[in-house]
Design a protein around this ligand. Structure first.
Ligand SMILES: O=C(O)CCC(=O)C(=O)O
Ligand SMILES: [Fe+2]
Length: 314
């Protein structure tokens, strides 16, 4: 049941000088920590995406989804859920998505653009790159604050350098009836941190720890930040990984864009020893993210509520 009363915490990242060791930084950091322990999620007010980029990111996304199916299918990937996925599953026919993996690596976005538009599409390429460049600063600020809050600064460089970014464009068709239809089933993300942005069509819901679904209702300059399983594991359970889903209503298609920080190939996720003690026994055995990801799409995973626990719970 959706609850109308609870609202996600909203945190302002748009101070002029949000730099480590300032009063502003420490204030925002304590809000981030509190929100992530309590909800694993918050809304971030972030003004580094200029209005023209806020607009063009959805324009290029729509341009992509309007391509003929044959063209979209050129972006297929050997990694699960990474390339173009026409339908995640027959039970959620409204959803369609396109992943650009490791999009922070130079020339990756050029390569995807070239594949889809051999004649070139500089505005697609540039829009995706600028969006990634700006929004990844928010991801970095948040992860830095998390490491500081946990008092494990000696792992700062290792943690900051352990990730790559994937960007995923998503479209959910309008339900074409008065009913509410499922857009995406309830799940936790498997990566480190996810930052979601949507055109102004609502649909995202998150589950609170006490089992209430709350609607997320962002504005054009707010982004929804949530913790994935891998960061939950790395922090030995201190950061909550949020269950979320998409419910579609009304007569407008919903477009959303996800920025996913995720461990680099071969990086083993292992909670720092400083976070493990008698009161906080180790929750998960060390694991390889990409192997966990592959497990995530097996039948065994589909049957359990919390696949991380099934995969490597102690
Ligand atoms: O479209 C959204 O807002 C949510 C997407 C999502 O949860 C995901 O891709 O993991
Ligand atoms: Fe998700």
């Amino acid at each position: 049941m959706g609850s109308k009363n609870i609202k996600l915490p909203k945190i302002n990242f748009s101070h002029e000088d949000l730099k480590p060791d300032t009063l502003e930084w420490n204030q925002v950091k304590s809000q981030v920590y509190k929100a992530l322990v309590e909800y694993g999620c918050f809304e971030a007010f972030f003004d580094k995406i200029p209005i023209n980029l806020q607009k063009s990111i959805f324009e290029v996304s729509q341009e992509f989804f309007d391509l003929p199916l044959q063209t979209k299918l050129k972006n297929i990937s050997t990694k699960p859920f990474s390339g173009y996925v026409g339908q995640y599953h027959p039970s959620i026919p409204l959803a369609e998505s396109m992943g650009i993996i490791d999009s922070n690596i130079p020339h990756k976005v050029e390569k995807y653009t070239q594949l889809l538009w051999p004649q070139g599409n500089p505005s697609f390429c540039k829009t995706i790159q600028s969006y990634l460049e700006q929004l990844s600063k928010l991801d970095q600020t948040i992860r830095r604050m998390i490491v500081e809050s946990l008092g494990i600064e000696k792992y700062m460089d290792e943690h900051m350098n352990s990730i790559n970014y994937s960007l995923r464009l998503m479209k959910y068709k309008e339900p074409q009836s008065d009913e509410t239809k499922i857009g995406l089933h309830a799940h936790t993300d498997k990566n480190i941190v996810t930052i979601l942005y949507q055109n102004q069509v609502k649909g995202l819901e998150i589950l609170t720890k006490d089992g209430q679904w709350i609607n997320v209702d962002p504005t054009p300059d707010t982004f929804t930040v949530m913790i994935g399983d891998s960061l939950h594991a790395w922090t030995n359970g201190r950061m909550h990984a949020t269950f979320h889903r998409v419910m579609m209503r009304g007569n407008k298609a919903r477009y959303s864009i996800g920025l996913f920080s995720k461990p680099k190939d071969g990086y083993i996720i292992k909670a720092p020893k400083e976070l493990v003690d008698e009161d906080h026994p180790l929750l998960f055995k060390p694991f390889d993210f990409h192997e966990f990801l592959a497990f995530g799409y097996t039948e065994q995973d589909m049957k359990c509520d919390f696949s991380l626990k099934a995969y490597c719970g102690v």
